[in-house]
Design a protein around this ligand. Structure first.
Ligand SMILES: Cc1ncc(COP(=O)(O)O)c(C=O)c1O
Length: 384
């Protein structure tokens, strides 16, 4: 049985016959989020796109304020983009970096980020980690002192397995060494606390915040605003002459309806109490791993979180299953969907090429996960 709050999360969404175990890919929008986006889109057709956007300025500003609060930056430090990937590319070209500079990452780093670093001409160094892949906070100061990278890039919540990095403690250690920190919050936003002291962070609204697709964001801490080198046209610079330089990172031709939808989704997240949502998601992860522990032919990848006085992290709602009998994970994912209407993710090694050796089946329920959902998945995995 779900308690009333988590039951409400499901009740606030369109009814579905699917079992949704893929929030780490994209969460399900609430009816309020969908209506807000649709109403705005209609208003564009009624009043004119730019008139509608001007009318909605207060809502967009409110979204900026709410997101800034989550990242603990100033509201003018938020720029809307289309995705986490788009955000990183924008940031990498705007950040004061030179070709050949070094970025230090954990082995669990999201694969496409490594490609983005290579595209920017950066060298990648390996942060010291323990045997679970969690950043080793004892070894970090020595690593930073020995060969300081241009910046450390951390993905606090990994995509492919239940791994939560001690982002705030890493940021503190980096700042102690004078090294800036960038954070990929694609899986962290709406999942764990993202106010970790990063110099720049970015993410997407569509996963754990359950906003519409196609809306990402960048959050930049105040001391970096004037050091950014945004690739903006003279026309944009003139239009934003009085604004924060961070707004020059924003995509100005955009799916504004999605941003309006995200405003509604973030309002709902805040009303649900972020701390309660985080605790619930950590519990959902534990519940999922326990429910799937005995499924023959699959091994539940253990959770890796930081413990100890500094840097202890909450759990992840993401579960990964390793095939033990040579199952084709993509085919299993397809079968679960076609035959059981269960939505999961086949996570191929390209997601984390520095540590993954084979594909994993990812299971990522949201707060409304009921024991029956997991029983259905366990039974479907057994059925061949
Ligand atoms: C850790 C991580 N970083 C980045 C991304 C890319 O996000 P987007 O699809 O919004 O570009 C993802 C997407 O799954 C992710 O899990």
């Amino acid at each position: 049985m779900l308690n009333e709050q988590w039951h409400l999360f499901a009740a606030n969404r369109p009814p579905t016959a699917f079992t949704h175990l893929d929030s780490a890919a994209a969460g399900r929008c609430s009816v309020a989020t969908l209506r807000a986006a649709a109403a705005y889109a209609e208003r564009e057709a009624v009043a004119g796109a730019y008139v509608a956007q001007a009318e909605a300025a207060g809502t967009l500003e409110h979204a900026r304020i709410m997101l800034a609060g989550l990242f603990a930056v100033e509201p003018d430090g938020i720029a809307f983009t289309e995705s986490a990937t788009a955000s990183l590319h924008t940031l990498l070209w705007a950040w004061p970096l030179a070709e050949g500079d070094t970025v230090a990452v954990a082995p669990s780093e999201w694969g496409p980020n490594l490609d983005a670093f290579a595209h920017r001409g950066l060298r990648v160094a390996r942060l010291p980690v323990d045997r679970d892949g969690v950043v080793d906070l004892d070894a970090l100061p020595g690593f930073l002192a020995a060969a300081p990278p241009a910046f450390v890039h951390l993905t606090p919540v990994a995509s492919h397995r239940p791994l939560v990095q001690p982002a705030a403690a890493v940021a503190a250690a980096c700042h102690g060494a004078g090294v800036p920190v960038g954070v990929d919050a694609a899986q962290a936003l709406g999942h764990i606390d993202v106010a970790c002291g990063a110099d720049a962070a970015y993410g997407t609204g569509r996963k754990w915040l359950t906003g519409p697709r196609g809306v990402g964001l960048i959050a930049v801490a105040r001391p970096w605003w004037d050091r950014l080198r945004p690739a903006a046209s003279a026309m944009e610079r003139a239009a934003f002459a009085d604004a924060s330089p961070v707004l020059l990172l924003e995509s100005h031709e955009a799916h504004v309806a999605g941003r309006i939808g995200l405003a509604a989704a973030v309002s709902e997240f805040l009303a649900a109490d972020p701390a309660a949502v985080r605790a619930r998601l950590a519990a959902v992860g534990r519940q999922t791993r326990a429910a799937l522990a005995a499924v023959p032919g699959w091994e539940v990848v253990p959770e890796a979180i930081a413990t100890g006085a500094t840097g202890a992290t909450p759990g992840s709602a993401i579960t990964a299953l390793r095939p033990l009998d040579g199952q084709d994970v993509a085919a299993v994912r397809a079968r679960l969907l076609a035959e059981h209407q269960i939505v999961t993710t086949a996570a191929e090694p390209a997601r984390a090429p520095r540590e993954m050796t084979g594909p994993l089946l990812r299971v990522s329920p949201h707060v409304d996960c009921a024991p029956e959902d997991l029983e259905r998945l366990a039974a479907a995995l057994l059925a061949r």
